[in-house]
Design a protein. Structure first.
Length: 107
């Protein structure tokens, strides 16, 4: 019985924490002097995605073997498509096509 109460308490605590993390950004109004902080926060998701993606592109097997692999070469058209279109779907489709073409015909 005490284990059930403990688990219910943990789930309730997680609900409160999740709710607060979603509610607080709407309730807290930063002064105009915090523009630098807001600018830094805007780039955090980009840096997280880059830190996850870059090692997988440069060292797909977990070991660096040079930049002539299908992942690294397919990243070039993906970056170009993303820069030109600013569309995630086009970037993903272009990356998949580029990866298949590079892997089948060039490597």
């Amino acid at each position: 019985m005490s284990e059930e109460i403990f688990l219910i308490g943990i789930v309730a605590f997680m609900m409160v924490v999740t709710y607060l993390t979603r509610l607080l950004p709407f309730k807290i109004r930063l002064p105009q002097e915090a523009r630098l902080l807001n600018a830094v926060i805007e780039y955090i998701p980009v840096s997280i995605i880059a830190s996850i993606t870059l090692p997988a592109v440069i060292a797909p097997a977990g070991q660096f073997n040079g930049l002539l692999n299908a992942d690294a070469l397919a990243a070039i058209p993906v970056a170009f498509i993303a820069w030109r279109t600013r569309n995630l779907i086009y970037s993903v489709i272009g990356g998949v096509i580029a990866h298949i073409v590079i892997q089948k015909f060039f490597l």
